[in-house]
Write a protein that binds this ligand. Sequence first.
Ligand code: COA
Length: 158
Amino acid sequence: MSGAPHVRAATGDDVAAIAALEDENLGADAWSEGLVREGVTGGLPTVRYLVAEQAGVVVGHAAASIVADIAELQRIAVTPACRRTGLARALLTEVVRLATAEGADRLLLEVREDNAGARGFYAAAGFDEIARRRRYYRDGATAVVLGLPLGPTDGSAV
Ligand SMILES: CC(C)(COP(=O)(O)OP(=O)(O)OC[C@H]1O[C@@H](n2cnc3c(N)ncnc32)[C@H](O)[C@@H]1OP(=O)(O)O)[C@@H](O)C(=O)NCCC(=O)NCCS
């Protein structure tokens, strides 16, 4: 695919595309279309849904919650055909920018211990391991808790 990635806030028109990305990329952990719709259109002030477009098509998404000093990255995924082109990095950069602007000083997330691709992505973005949660996922897999300190200069460093 060609064209510069474009990251923007999701709207109600993106719900089906985001739900499809959930199904495609997050397997048993995928959120249903109803849950995605609630997140995108529910008006919760702490929730941010972003999409990444390539050539006008939604090919990635991210969801974060920002509450006081802590931001949590709940979701990030890019369709397989568009990976390793910097789309997740662009989504994460926007999450960091929003979280920093709202006063958060850390971005936290959980990732499956066996998700080598995502762990490689987070390591490249500067996340450090904070803790492990055994049997965190439905299938018994361990979650690795990662954190990224946020500051005025961090948004451009991702
Ligand atoms: C993890 C994921 C979001 C990365 O998306 P992406 O758009 O391919 O990532 P980017 O192109 O922005 O990668 C930026 C950098 O992260 C690192 N990286 C990305 N994917 C990686 C992988 N599979 N293995 C190792 N490092 C990786 C690289 O340093 C990469 O830079 P490079 O391509 O110049 O080497 C994508 O693989 C995905 O959707 N996975 C399935 C869903 C998922 O597991 N989400 C996370 C749940 S916690």
